[in-house]
Ligand binder design. Structure first.
Ligand SMILES: CC(C)(COP(=O)(O)OP(=O)(O)OC[C@H]1O[C@@H](n2cnc3c(N)ncnc32)[C@H](O)[C@@H]1OP(=O)(O)O)[C@@H](O)C(=O)NCCC(=O)NCCS
Length: 365
């Protein structure tokens, strides 16, 4: 078994199809009933050098006799969370418990150390699966429990989305770019998301400013994705009082992700979270015929948001853990702490790997 860096940008479809097959098989096992990301979107992500709204991504793959046994990715957020690296490791079910996941993590930890990152933070480990057992065994600690809830559009009575807007508020919605006259108020309102419980996790929302909103919109556009927002505006003050967003992969109707729902403290207790979520569902179901499911990701102890989700038709799908470890500790445990990895020349595999000509630049980029 050999681990080599993998450059998605250079990879042809037949190679990426092997990565996708592994990813899809793990999805069927770890997330049954969850629609797998179709190949075109997956391949576009693997070819991009950045995670769409976080930062640069690197990939390592484990090979044996030309067979792909597993792969690991790490994302280095470069707009915020500059101390954190976000890894993800997947090993083919037939090759688990051979130390491959750990070997991939060793590469990631050495790279994260060379990048000057302090913390490794996994963000979507399903509780009770191999991922959790492994994460704990290799030295990660659970820092937060989250809940994924799923809304099956065909099973929900649309009457649940007929929620009146309280007097004194109006709804505004947009796709991709916030209107200029609302963007400052929108940035302010998005900071209310920081009030959501985050346990001991270091995975935090950025501080939203107009500039950061515009940057995020540009990142999403550059990744070929699309975002929609519905906000409630307070007529008296002009403040944005509640926000919800939706991330859509163009051409994909089986699944989209709800994100960034919050009601600003001064405007809580009026049901505005439910109002904006319900309005989003009315909009999406008219605009996207055949829309299958919507998934939302909420802290398990955020009782009010979980209840709002149930009121608009979401049901519990999965318990998810955020797991974190210090790069130094993981490095020491796995034997990577002694030195920054030396430059290596990778054996060529159909043009998909390239020599790593220098150690990664240190410090956040
Ligand atoms: C998590 C995953 C990457 C582990 O890969 P792996 O190659 O099987 O892991 P390793 O062989 O390196 O395991 C190292 C140790 O972790 C522990 N471990 C791994 N899987 C375990 C399981 N299912 N139950 C209990 N302990 C487990 C063991 O202590 C193991 O050592 P041992 O086999 O000598 O007892 C793999 O199960 C996987 O792809 N899961 C789905 C994706 C996922 O959840 N990824 C993790 C978060 S991104």
């Amino acid at each position: 078994m050999e681990i080599r860096t993998f450059l998605g940008a250079d990879a042809d479809d037949s190679v990426l199809a092997r990565f996708h097959a592994l990813f899809e098989a793990d999805g069927r096992r770890t997330f049954p009933g969850f629609p797998a990301q179709p190949f075109p979107g997956y391949a576009a992500n693997m070819r991009a050098s950045r995670h769409y709204d976080l930062g640069p991504r690197r990939v390592w793959a484990a090979w044996e006799d030309g067979e792909l046994l597993g792969y690991g990715t790490v994302v280095y957020p470069d707009r915020h969370m500059l101390e954190t690296a976000i890894p993800r490791v997947i090993v083919d079910e037939a090759h688990r418990r051979r130390g491959i996941g750990t070997a991939l993590l060793r590469e990631i930890a050495a790279d994260a150390r060379a990048e000057g990152r302090a913390t490794l933070a996994y963000e979507q480990v399903r509780i009770g699966t191999d991922g959790e057992h492994w994460a704990r065994a290799v030295g990660f600690a659970n820092t937060q429990l989250r809940r994924w809830q799923m809304l099956h559009v065909a099973d929900v009575d649309p009457a649940l989305w007929e929620v009146p807007v309280p007097a004194g508020y109006r709804l505004v919605r947009w796709t991709d770019a916030a209107p200029d006259d609302l963007v400052a108020a929108f940035a302010q309102a998005r900071n209310a998301i920081a009030d959501a419980p985050h346990g001991d996790s270091s995975l935090l929302e950025p501080e939203w400013t107009v500039e950061r909103i515009r940057q995020s919109e540009a990142d999403i556009r550059a990744a070929g994705e699309s975002a929609r927002f519905v906000v409630a505006v307070c007529e008296r003050s002009g403040a944005v009082a509640a926000v919800t967003g939706m991330l859509l992969e163009p051409g994909r109707v089986d699944l989209c992700w709800q994100r960034d729902t919050a009601a600003v403290a001064d405007h809580r207790g009026l049901g505005l979270g439910r109002v904006v979520k319900a309005a989003m569902m009315r909009w999406l179901t008219v605009d996207i015929p055949g829309l299958g499911r919507v998934v939302t990701n909420t802290a398990a102890d955020n009782a009010s948001m979980n209840r709002v989700n149930e009121q608009v038709g979401y049901t519990h799908y999965a318990d998810i853990g955020l797991f974190e470890a210090s790069v130094e500790q993981i490095g020491a445990a796995l034997g990577t702490a002694a030195a920054v990895p030396a430059p290596r020349t990778e054996p060529a595999l159909g043009g998909i790997t390239r020599p790593r000509t220098s150690a990664a630049p240190s410090g956040p980029r």
